[in-house]
Design a protein around this ligand. Structure first.
Ligand code: ZN
Length: 410
């Protein structure tokens, strides 16, 4: 359930690296010339060369036009039920982020608007940005929706069918805390949205519900063994249990021990289920027909059940050409997992996103998180100068690893 954009990162890093080398080299040349008491003409020539180079490099460093699509997961006071800590952002940070989008005058649009703009030329507000939340955690109802409503920020919520809870009563949220009918300590932060909450969200209309597949699963892709389940890793590798349980499994976080595949179960090499053909127990990869039928099932059913097929969000942000083709055939207007910036000239059926966390320096510091989000947005839009503060924050996180734990609240 994490997000990677390695290709785009490499291009950015390369541009920023070349630009930095040029700036440093120019400075060095000028300093050496001055140090040696060189003729003023040479200094002027070096300065002119540096300025021309900077002007050309500036076009590389600042090429606006990207539309950031932000990806959140859990918005929670108590994300401890999820074994993937980087997926949890506190309500305070989320609130600060949404406020920042509004106060800085970004045009927060719906995913649908972005698709309309890219496919049919719809006009967007200046500096557009899209907010999405993956996986359908209960806290999206408890905390995210009240905060989105407070700032009038529309969003898209991606849910996986097997992780929708069965209950039919809506649970208390931050709205109830504000109204004084429930204390914040009494809120339930664990688990997933139920159908009643999804219906309420849908009816309100601020947040769109779109498909994130059925079971958020992985498949083996070869016979090679790559590890085994241990008491320490089986929760993080919950997909091993998920795939053995057909149908709903939203209560998996309550399991005290692995219910199906026990500790010691060997793991084969594996990949997100919609990104590659599966290795069969009897040996050999599934046939192209079987793979396509599996993809079709995982794309079609969520669209049918949710009644939505604007955009499909690939679990783990991973897909393949076959899956993209079938998504088109099934009727999705767009799918995620791009590694671009949603610019003109890119495939308008592919949406690229950027993951948002709230521990960029290794622990939570809301002001720093707001700065990091702003920098990530500016980089996505095409201003690579903002890459340098992000780089500095990343280095700070590395330095923090060597800080004694008791000095830093993690
Ligand atoms: Zn996901």
């Amino acid at each position: 359930m994490s997000f990677h954009t390695i290709d785009r990162r490499r291009v950015r890093a390369l541009r920023c690296g070349l630009w930095s080398v040029f700036v440093l080299a120019s400075l060095l040349v000028i300093l050496v010339l001055l140090d040696r008491g060189a003729d003023g003409g040479w200094v002027a020539l070096a300065l002119t060369g540096a300025l021309v180079g900077l002007a050309i490099g500036h076009r590389w460093m600042k090429d606006e036009g990207g539309v950031p699509v932000l990806t959140y997961h859990s918005i929670s006071d108590d994300g401890g039920w999820l074994p993937w800590r980087s997926n949890v952002v506190t309500p305070e940070t989320f609130d600060r982020h949404m406020r920042m989008l509004r106060e800085r005058g970004l045009g927060v649009i719906r995913t649908r608007d972005l698709i309309e703009a890219r496919q049919n030329g719809k006009t967007l507000p200046p500096r557009p940005v899209v907010v999405t939340l993956d996986d359908g955690a209960l806290d999206n109802w408890v905390a995210a929706l009240p905060i989105l409503r407070r700032w009038g920020v529309p969003a898209t919520l991606f849910v996986s069918l097997d992780f929708i809870e069965n209950g039919n009563a809506v649970r208390p949220s931050l709205d109830d805390v504000e109204a004084g009918t429930v204390s914040r300590d009494a809120l339930n932060w664990r688990g997933y949205l139920n159908w009643a909450e999804i219906e309420m969200i849908r009816r309100e209309g601020l947040v769109d519900i779109q498909p994130h597949g059925i079971d958020h699963g992985r498949v083996d892709i070869g016979p090679r063994e790559v590890g085994e389940l241990t008491p320490a890793n089986w929760r993080k590798l919950a997909w091993v249990q998920w795939r053995a349980i057909k149908g709903p499994k939203a209560d998996w976080h309550l399991w005290e021990a692995p219910p199906v595949a026990p500790i010691g179960t060997k793991l084969r090499e594996n990949a997100p289920a919609l990104a590659a053909p599966a290795w069969r127990d009897e040996g050999g990869l599934e046939t192209t027909e079987a793979f396509e039928a599996r993809l079709r099932e995982h794309l079609e059913r969520p669209a049918r059940v949710l009644g939505q097929s604007d955009v499909f969000c690939w679990p783990e942000n991973a897909t393949c050409d076959t899956a993209r083709r079938i998504a088109c055939e099934v009727g999705y207007r767009a799918t995620t997992a791009g590694d671009g910036a949603n610019r003109p000239g890119e495939d308008p059926r592919v949406i690229s996103r950027v993951g948002v966390g709230d521990r960029i320096i290794g622990f939570r510091w809301p002001a720093i998180e707001a700065l990091a989000l702003w920098a990530a947005i500016r980089v996505f839009q095409g201003n690579l100068y903002w890459y340098f503060p992000l780089l500095a924050l990343g280095l700070l996180r590395k330095a923090m690893r060597f800080t004694p734990r008791r000095l830093v609240r993690r």
